[in-house]
Design a protein around this ligand. Structure first.
Ligand SMILES: NC(=O)c1ccc[n+]([C@@H]2O[C@H](COP(=O)([O-])OP(=O)(O)OC[C@H]3O[C@@H](n4cnc5c(N)ncnc54)[C@H](OP(=O)(O)O)[C@@H]3O)[C@@H](O)[C@H]2O)c1
Length: 270
């Protein structure tokens, strides 16, 4: 039985991944901070999903997660560094602490998890998966810290993949497009409060379950990259070819969002 450690498994993509892998016969160490969520997930898959409460910003907690996976299941084949948070505010308005918080979780949290798991995963010729974003290939307005954290993650994963060349370890950079989850509800405002609601029509977005299924297929094929949604793939591709032209397109797209911070900037309300 293969074993995966998934960070950020209490909701959204991480929870869907935990369920998907358990249904595919894997054992899963499911990590996040919300114990009640993890426990009800684990109860649905007895013997398959083990809850682990821990914060990815703490390297010790990540080290302990690996030990817990080894104690419980005897091995660790894959780490899926998925825990992430977002924010919505303009560069001029956002508190530096918000940008730092986003980096602590999205970049440093992934680094802590991947470094803790690396010796075990390498011994198993297993998988290192970083859940990045289309925003890691194309910076998005009012998400500067989020975009930067995902660009940083992409660079880290590319460097690591090259270091692990020839070892048989698969390093997968997974970039979902807009996916139905709690991420926008939990996104931080300029001052660090929770946004509380999503500006997107969540029901029309790709489901976390579909993302999980695609990501698992990419793992089995030992892919290096996975970019999801047609809009996401088009964005990455167009940005490589016509980055300047895409500025206007992306600007207009995000200007149309409800209560877009770009709108107040455009009308000089700041
Ligand atoms: N949804 C999208 O549109 C989208 C698009 C592209 C990429 N992504 C990426 O997909 C990943 C998952 O996001 P999601 O959309 O599924 O959002 P979500 O539903 O908000 O899930 C985020 C998960 O991260 C966990 N988390 C947050 N801070 C943590 C911390 N300090 N330590 C441990 N766990 C922490 C949360 O659990 P607790 O609060 O219980 O700790 C939760 O389980 C993120 O990396 C995100 O950037 C999402």
């Amino acid at each position: 039985m293969r074993v995966a450690w998934i960070t950020g498994a209490s909701s959204g993509i991480g929870e869907a991944l935990a369920r998907h892998l358990a249904e595919e016969g894997w054992a899963v160490l499911a990590q996040a901070r919300r114990q009640d969520r993890l426990e009800s997930l684990a109860q649905a898959y007895p013997g398959r999903i083990r809850p682990f409460v821990g914060d990815v910003r703490d390297p010790e907690a990540c080290h302990e997660a690996v030990q817990e996976a080894l104690r419980t299941f005897g091995r660790l084949d894959a780490v899926i560094a998925n825990a992430g948070i977002s924010h919505r505010a303009l560069v001029e308005e956002v508190a530096l602490s918000v940008l730092r918080d986003v980096f602590e979780v999205n970049f440093w949290g992934a680094v802590h998890a991947i470094r803790a798991a690396l010796p075990e995963v390498r011994a198993r010729r297993g998988w290192i998966v970083g859940v990045s974003s289309v925003a890691g290939f194309r910076g998005l307005p009012a998400r500067s810290g989020y975009s930067a954290s995902k660009f940083a993650l992409n660079g880290f994963l590319e460097a690591l993949r090259t270091e692990l060349y020839g070892t048989g370890v698969c390093v997968l950079t997974a970039a979902p497009g807009f996916t139905r989850s709690e991420i926008r509800e939990k996104a931080l405002t300029a001052t660090g409060e929770l946004q509380g609601e999503s500006p997107l029509p969540e029901a029309r977005l790709m489901s976390a379950e579909a993302v999980a299924a695609a990501l698992y297929r990419a793992m089995l094929r030992r892919q290096k990259y996975l970019v999801l949604t047609t809009q996401g793939r088009l964005t990455v591709w167009l940005n490589r070819l016509f980055p300047g032209w895409l500025d206007g397109l992306v600007y207009r797209h995000f200007l149309r969002e409800p209560e877009s911070p770009l709108r107040s900037a455009a009308s000089g309300q700041r």
